[in-house]
Design a protein around this ligand. Sequence first.
Ligand SMILES: [Fe+2]
Ligand SMILES: [Fe+2]
Length: 235
Amino acid sequence: MVPWNGDLFRTRFFDALSLLLPSGEAFVIDAISDALQADGGQGVSAPALRDEALRFVREEATHQRAHRRYNERLAQAGVPVSKLQGRVAAAVQDLAGLPLPTRLALAEAFEQLTALLSAQVLQGTAWLQGDGREARMWRWHCEEEVGHRHVASDVARAFGVGYARRVACLALATLYLGIDLSRLMTGLLWRDMVDGHVRPLGLLGQATRFAWRTAPGVGRMAIASLAGLLPRRLA
Ligand SMILES: [Fe+2]
Ligand SMILES: [Fe+2]
């Protein structure tokens, strides 16, 4: 296989994200849509916020379609997409039964983390390289994530979701994303090694370079994430 993003490790990072996204975006879309429908005069029906929320849902649905096409291309290249996505879908299904305020707090947290990562991806070439079809799609998605980063938060606030729940959900969402992303990357890269696309030492070198180049961005994300926990920011 030919890595589209400079090397295999960095390519698989984005492939793993793409496998996560359709289910994750479905969860966020459902939470925001349910908040709009469930609103009983709690502020979500304010016309400006409602318009923003509807635009948000449309954008996320477009991202889902783009990532389904991306994932179809992965499947054509031999990646066991259905199997990998089945596990993600099952994890998201577990969250779908939670009360709406918790789902909204989780949606806000996922959006916050996505926007922080997107902002870093759009800076320089540490994360994303080239100008091919896949790289262009990721830049477009990242730009829209940064553009609508405030919407889930505004909806959660208008719905009256409390501070403690939002902090707890930010921690939970970070854990979910970290575990799922690591698990998917391990699955993809293990298969690449078994198929002879990369040798263990070569992969170690790629992983080290990626970690080194993205470390400043990860640091900025951690600081921004912690700053977002301050009561004045989440209140
Ligand atoms: Fe999205
Ligand atoms: Fe988003």
